[in-house]
Design a protein around this ligand. Structure first.
Ligand code: DC
Length: 220
């Protein structure tokens, strides 16, 4: 089997099932789960609270450099705590969803996130979900997955959850930004999960993980 800690990278657009599947896989394998979207959302929420305009890249960069945030792993979930607080509900508002792609396009923010996301290996084996995990954060991991479904299918999932979110606009910004855009790593396993249950998708991912890890050189 491959050396530890190992990283399972799960990327894809909004509402592609990343969070549901990443949680199922983390639970099945006993890994720590990292939702990197929540990290960007936490910074967007903090900027909003501090009155920092999301369009002012220099101000966002300065805020990110100085904010009182630290990583903690609570019940297997890695979180960014701001002065000890995780704004779990606040980061899911439509206001934060609308701002976050602008915050996430600032190069200094991406550098800060990259170093903190790579630092998550101190919590052990990881399932990390996001937009650039397989391409930029852990390009060296052999365990890369890209989940997708047609835009209408993803929009319907958000509506079924009762969440107000302009997916098409967010996806376009995430795909078109110059730094670390949403992209499929050349060696990622692409899974279109339209019409699949989370159990079916996560079983498929788990069987691919077993297959790939069995091919890796042993740690000993
Ligand atoms: O996964 P999510 O919808 O919670 O992500 C919120 C936003 O954060 C999304 O619009 C794009 C951005 N993001 C990113 O740029 N890179 C990541 N690794 C994760 C999220």
């Amino acid at each position: 089997m491959a050396p530890d800690p190992y990283i399972i990278a799960i990327d894809g657009p909004s509402a592609s099932g990343k969070s549901t599947n990443a949680r199922l896989i983390a639970r099945a394998l006993g890994c720590a789960y990292v939702d990197t979207g929540a990290m960007y959302r936490t910074l967007a929420w903090y900027c909003l609270r501090q009155g920092v305009p999301a369009d002012d890249a220099a101000a966002v960069a300065a805020t990110c450099r100085d904010w009182p945030a630290r990583l903690a792993c609570v019940d297997g979930h890695v979180r960014l705590l701001v002065e000890g607080y995780f704004p779990e509900k606040e980061i899911r508002t439509a206001e934060v969803s609308a701002l976050v792609p602008r915050i996430a396009a600032v190069p200094q923010v991406r550098d800060w996130m990259k170093s903190h996301q790579r630092d998550c290996t101190r919590f052990g084996n990881l399932v990390m979900e996001g937009r650039d995990i397989g391409t930029v954060i852990f390009p060296e991991t052999p365990l890369k997955f890209y989940l997708d479904a047609a835009a209408e299918v993803r929009q319907a999932r958000r509506e079924a959850d009762g969440v107000q979110d302009n997916l098409a606009e967010r996806d376009q910004r995430d795909r078109q930004r110059p730094v670390a855009p949403l992209a499929i790593a050349p060696d990622a396993i692409l899974i279109n999960n339209a019409g699949q249950t989370p159990q079916q998708t996560s079983e498929r991912i788990l069987s691919e993980i077993r297959r790939i890890r069995a091919l890796q050189p042993s740690a000993s």
